[in-house]
Design a protein around this ligand. Structure first.
Ligand code: UGA
Length: 439
């Protein structure tokens, strides 16, 4: 089966490479000629574990190709996926659908063979109707259907998530379109991955509801962590204690500096806009988005408190802090809405000098944090620091040489925003230690 993937960003590239690996013939299309040129040369536009290898194998087998030309690439494709960005629209937080609609128009103008047009981009409820209208009003005589098929990939684990999904959701309003999608996902169907067929609108809502629920779970445990700190509990134990209840589930109950990334912050805001448009308030999601936003900066204050606690001096001006990890989570170079941005800014605003290291995110981070000194490695950042802050739980920071850290830091103060270290052990090693929700 031939598949066209319009948009060769994170979602398009991972999905395209995985479909090719299942045996489909896939062409990944992008307007960005440099990106396509680099993909031809085997250079990935993003860091994602296993992606370069997967792309390489499938290019070699001839099942995966790249192109900048949508018109010729979609010919003969039974499914045309739209996997372009839907960033927050400047000014109001609504999902910006201009890229999606531009692709729909270009597909409509060039459709020569029957195809199902599939929105994989995260799009608000009703977008599929609009895509269908655009194509219908182009006057095309070719048979087509419009389907919603949201992605549930996590950055850093995207290939595994694609190949072993918890579920596949397909929102299709016609039997014919459902049949085509069944063929697209036949390899996973054979693997017994649950496939849920719904209406197109339900499918569009499932994507946002899932992300909003996960964001709620994280924010809930973060607030419980704050209570643990004040009341003298351990949030890790509380999370385990509630997570063992199957109705709650143990995942996404890891307290930290607040969620970031390209999805939760933008998708919760977009869902709130949808709720507003339908005059159907989502007050819980509203609280989640607000609580999370203020939490990121509050983590800067937590670091400042640790600096004050260590010196007894109210002014932290001129003190130095080392940030370990800048990306919104490990195994990615993505800096979008990363908590590190708000934390670094809060410290800089208080006159603190900030040095930082991240295994993959430095290139992007450098442009976004002009006042932070980027270093070659974790120990270079720690050199002379009055406090060390573990912001992102990269494996490289899980087993720091603590003796070396103590020797080179100005003070052995560790603020562990991901609860990576064992409080008793790290204190026994001579550190002043603060973590999240372990009162
Ligand atoms: C998220 C969802 O997990 C995916 O299912 C979804 O497909 C994707 O958004 C999307 O909409 O495209 P992602 O943003 O890559 O994936 O990363 P997550 O692993 O979900 O982490 C998001 C944020 O939550 C990170 O900042 C992470 O540190 C934080 N988090 C996660 C916690 O603070 N605690 C947790 O227990 C879990």
């Amino acid at each position: 089966m031939k598949i066209a993937m319009v948009g060769s960003g994170y979602v398009g590239l991972v999905s395209g490479a995985c479909f090719a690996d299942f045996g489909h013939d896939v062409v990944c299309i992008d307007k960005d000629a440099t990106k396509i040129e680099r993909l031809h040369a085997g250079v990935m536009p993003i860091y994602e574990p296993g992606l370069a290898e997967l792309v390489g194998t499938n290019v070699k087998s001839g099942r995966l190709t790249f192109s900048t030309d949508l018109a010729s690439s979609i010919e003969g494709a039974a499914a045309i996926f739209i996997a372009v960005g839907t960033p927050s629209r400047r000014g109001d937080g609504h999902a910006d659908l201009s890229f999606v609609y531009a692709v729909a128009e270009e597909v409509a103008a060039n459709l020569k063979t029957p195809a199902v047009i599939v929105t994989k981009s995260t799009v608000p409820v009703g977008t599929g109707d609009e895509v269908e209208r655009i194509i219908r009003e182009s006057g095309t005589k070719v048979q087509f259907g419009v389907v919603s098929n949201p992605e549930f990939l996590r950055e850093g684990a995207a290939i595994g998530d694609f190949k072993r999904p918890d579920r596949i959701v397909i929102g299709a309003d016609s039997e014919w379109a459902q049949g085509v999608m069944r063929e697209v996902y036949r390899p996973l169907f054979l693997n017994k991955a649950p496939i849920l067929f719904t209406s197109r609108r339900s499918s569009e809502l499932i994507k946002y509801a899932a992300n909003a629920f996960l964001a709620t779970k994280i924010t809930f445990i973060n607030e419980i962590a704050d209570l643990c700190e004040k009341a003298g509990g351990d949030v890790q134990d509380v999370a385990r204690g509630i997570g063992l209840d199957n109705r709650i589930g143990g995942k996404f109950l890891h307290a930290g500096p607040g969620y970031g990334g390209s999805c939760f912050p933008k998708d919760t805001l977009a869902l709130l806009k949808t709720a507003e448009d339908f005059a159907s308030p989502l007050r819980i999601v509203e609280a989640v988005a607000n609580v999370n936003e203020s939490r990121k900066r509050a983590m800067g204050r937590k670091v400042i408190d640790a600096l004050i606690g260590q010196s007894g001096d109210d002014s932290v001006r001129g003190k130095k802090v080392a940030l370990l990890g800048l990306t919104f989570k490990p195994q990615t170079d993505d800096m979008r809405d990363a908590p590190s941005l708000a934390i670094a800014q809060a410290l800089i605003d208080a006159g603190v000098e900030v040095a930082a290291y991240d295994p993959e995110g430095m290139e992007l981070a450098a442009g976004m944090m002009p006042h932070v000194t980027m270093t070659k490695g974790p120990y270079e950042a720690i050199e002379g620091a009055d406090a060390i802050v573990l912001v992102t739980e990269w494996d490289a920071f899980r087993a720091l040489d603590l003796d070396r850290v103590k020797r080179i830091a100005r003070a052995p103060v560790l603020v562990d925003l991901r609860n990576v270290y064992d409080p008793a052990e790290i204190r026994a090693a001579g550190f002043t230690y603060t973590s999240v929700g372990r009162g």
